[in-house]
Design a protein around this ligand. Structure first.
Ligand SMILES: Nc1ncnc2c1ncn2[C@@H]1O[C@H](COP(=O)(O)OP(=O)(O)OP(=O)(O)O)[C@@H](O)[C@H]1O
Length: 245
């Protein structure tokens, strides 16, 4: 199968720091891929390069056969790459509906008809279970609902690749279970790249896991392979266990 996204030798330096260092990565269409690794490993920087928020210091990015290395972020959105931020980024003073209507408008090239905006926005809110709260002010929603609203904002772009950066951070156990079901549903027609610290979410959702450490890919494999990998245990799972002990 032809990969949906491939990076070759992708690097981003901040002064002397190699935040992302010579990364060769690829993801197949329809996959749910988890990206894990200790704090500061370079995960957010890596996906920021993919979505065009940062320019790489070196390397190439190919999306669906097209070299997008130098493409501005808004054109990558048009190609189907959507990114939801690590930190809640909803517009607090707008309604849930208005938050989702904005990205819907970005996808419409046909004069932004009100009917099409409404349909796209309501569809995205329904998928995350927020349709009944469409007219509530986003800033007044519960934290878990704000995170779901962000996912709806990503879905409103009708992405082919949806990048979720720590989407379950701050969610309750019940909300995490619903979130797992939601990502499975999203993956029926999109590829999902998920940066995630919660290992239960990672192990349940991902077919393959990519482990970052110090800007490089330390390991890649199935959940079982990653669990059994001693280098990963030392670099990440070990510290995670210590942290939760
Ligand atoms: N804009 C920036 N300027 C300077 N250094 C940066 C910048 N963005 C990230 N870094 C540094 O790059 C390294 C990688 O950071 P990054 O946020 O990509 O890691 P991460 O794996 O996403 O971590 P976390 O799990 O904590 O989100 C860190 O040392 C970070 O301090």
């Amino acid at each position: 199968m032809t990969p949906l996204l491939t990076t070759k030798g992708l690097s981003r330096h901040f002064g002397g720091l190699r935040a992302v260092d010579n990364v060769d990565f690829s993801i197949e269409p329809g996959e749910i891929r988890a990206v894990i690794g200790p704090n500061g490993a370079g995960k957010t920087t890596f996906v920021s390069l993919v979505c065009g928020r940062y320019a790489p210091s070196a390397g190439t990015i190919v999306f669906d056969g097209e070299d997008i290395t130098d493409m501005p972020a808004h054109l990558r959105v048009r190609r189907g790459i959507a990114y939801t931020f690590q930190i809640t980024s909803v517009f607090a003073n707008l309604s849930a509906y208005e938050n989702v209507a904005l990205p819907v408008q970005r996808t419409l090239t046909d004069g932004r008809s009100r009917g099409a905006v409404r349909q796209g926005a309501m569809e995205a809110l329904e998928r995350v279970g927020l349709a009944a709260r469409a007219h509530e002010q986003a800033g007044a929603l519960a934290y878990g609902h704000q995170r779901l609203l962000e996912v709806a904002m990503g879905l409103a772009l009708k992405p082919r690749l949806l990048i979720l950066d720590e989407p379950t951070q701050g969610l309750s156990d019940g909300e995490i279970d619903s979130f797992i079901a939601l990502v499975r549903e999203i993956a029926r027609d999109a590829t999902v790249l998920l940066i995630e610290h919660n290992m239960q979410v990672v192990m349940e959702l991902a077919r393959r896991i990519t482990v970052f450490n110090a800007g490089k890919i330390l390991a890649e494999g199935s959940p079982a392979e990653i669990r059994a990998n001693t280098a990963v245990q030392e670099a990440y799972l070990g510290t995670a266990q210590e942290a939760s002990a």
